[in-house]
Design a protein around this ligand. Sequence first.
Ligand SMILES: [Zn+2]
Length: 429
Amino acid sequence: MGMRGYKTELDLNNEQITACKKHAGCARFAYNWGLSRKQAARQAGERMPSARDLHKELNTLKATEFPWMYEVSKCAPQEALINLDEAFKHFFRKVGRKKAGQLRGKPGYPQYKSRKKGFGSFRLTGSIHLFEKSIQLPRLGVLRLKECGYLPIGVKVAQATVSEHAGRWYVSIQVDDKQSSAEPACGPVIGVDLGVKTLATISDGRAIVNPKAMRARLKKLRRLSRWHARTQKGSANRKQAQQKLARLHARIAHIRKDALHQATTSLVAKNKPQVERPAVIGVEDLNVSGLLANRKVARAIADVGLSEFRRQLTYKAEQAGVVLHVVSRWEPSSKTCSGCGWYKSDLKLSDRLFHCAACGLVMDRDANAARNLALLAYLELCSTASYAGIHASGQERSGWLGTVSETILDEGGTEPGTDGSVHVCPSFG
Ligand SMILES: [Zn+2]
């Protein structure tokens, strides 16, 4: 299939940060040093030295002129010089296209890398190992990851790039898709209701709450916006308020994305055994733009980042062999009783609890919706061949839907449909 990139934040201690800064600094130095060497050769009308030539030369200089280079992996300068070769190749290709009249812009001559633009990045090759909560890199050792279970485990990785952005350090790797494609999951069927107050409610009883850090900052955001609104246009105060607002927005966006990554990763449970990974996840096809038209809910909805949630869930489910079933937004998942299928036509957005007038079920509104989504996803699964395979192999399914499915099948195989057939199951709930 090709390569898939992963980028995730590192959780470094001070010593490791220093080591990373040294590596990045060394890579930048080698790049700039190589660039001057190449330029000098070009001006003298000589052949430009290649990355290999330069690396050799740099190695001999290391002992005398740059002894500090011994403190970092030899990969850092070596890979930087390879990058420089690539930059020149790119440049000459563009010059060729320019001559042929195929390029309008500038060919982009390789530039010196400035520390002012951040610490930059460096690439390491060699023995790289991925674990659930960490990554092991040459010379730097085991580095903790902010997000557990995101990187694929047990695959070969040839190289890793460590980079810094706004005070945070990241690692990116490339993994062959073929290696990482998982066995199809055959665990329970779950439904996930994406919410505003609660980030996600899951049919098996779990709930993923919004991070505390975000809630606190949302309060602060309201306060800051009020202050901003009171300042006069063009004033120094307004400028200051704008800067503070922008920083806070960036911070909230970051926390939110982090929380979404953690939620989606835990939902697909990629690193768990086949039987514990959910076979199907049912989610609602929320019309986000439609909801945004309602200004009251708009800010909150935007905060939860529903579309980002779906985007992450889609690719992570695919990697974990989990089927994502998107339930049409016309399926009344929040208005239907997950116990008996009774339809509550007058459910308001403000009703936090679902009261069923038919069977007496009282349940959290989101939990009820999540259970309906799971059932709809389950019924969909019944009608596909893949489910027959799972069932025939006699693998146990856990969770409340496991028992539900048995009931349906024992009753002589009720024909599953998709038209609100929530009622087919009397013991549901
Ligand atoms: Zn009911």
